[in-house]
Design a protein. Structure first.
Length: 135
């Protein structure tokens, strides 16, 4: 869902599919959870198509303003979102915004050269980057 140009073959959907597999495994191993757990697929978090960042999570948190945003082909953000959401079908798809969760956990694949150069397969995040779009 949320991928960037040259992001690598695991960019974006890896976190969604990994989260889904984690929920399936937890339920099979421990049974029905006491609290609702969700897998959320955000899109356009890195501003690959529109000149903004974190628009999927901002929409979910109800703190966004996408008025006037257009992609390189002139398509406005809200029309693109409507068209994308209409394509989502199948069991479990929820098109309305549920209540915000108390916590989030993100499984993220990093396909840069740092881990490969260190010859390690997994790393823990010690800091994150913040993004801004300045016009």
């Amino acid at each position: 869902m949320d991928t960037v140009v040259q992001g690598g073959p695991l960019d974006g959907l890896y976190g969604v599919l990994g989260g889904l597999q984690a929920l399936i495994t937890l339920k099979q191993t421990l049974g029905q959870p006491k609290k609702t757990l969700r897998v959320i697929a955000f899109s356009e978090e890195e501003g690959s198509r529109f000149p903004t960042t974190f628009s999927g999570s901002k929409h979910y948190a109800r703190i966004e303003n996408t008025t006037g945003l257009k992609d390189k082909d002139g398509l406005d953000f809200d029309s693109a979102r409507t068209a994308a959401v209409q394509q989502l079908t199948g069991p479990g798809i929820q098109r309305t915004l549920p209540k915000l969760p108390a916590t989030f956990t993100e499984l993220h694949i990093e396909q840069g050269t740092r881990l490969a150069a260190a010859q390690v397969q997994i790393g823990l995040v010690a800091a994150i980057v913040g993004q801004r779009v300045i016009r």
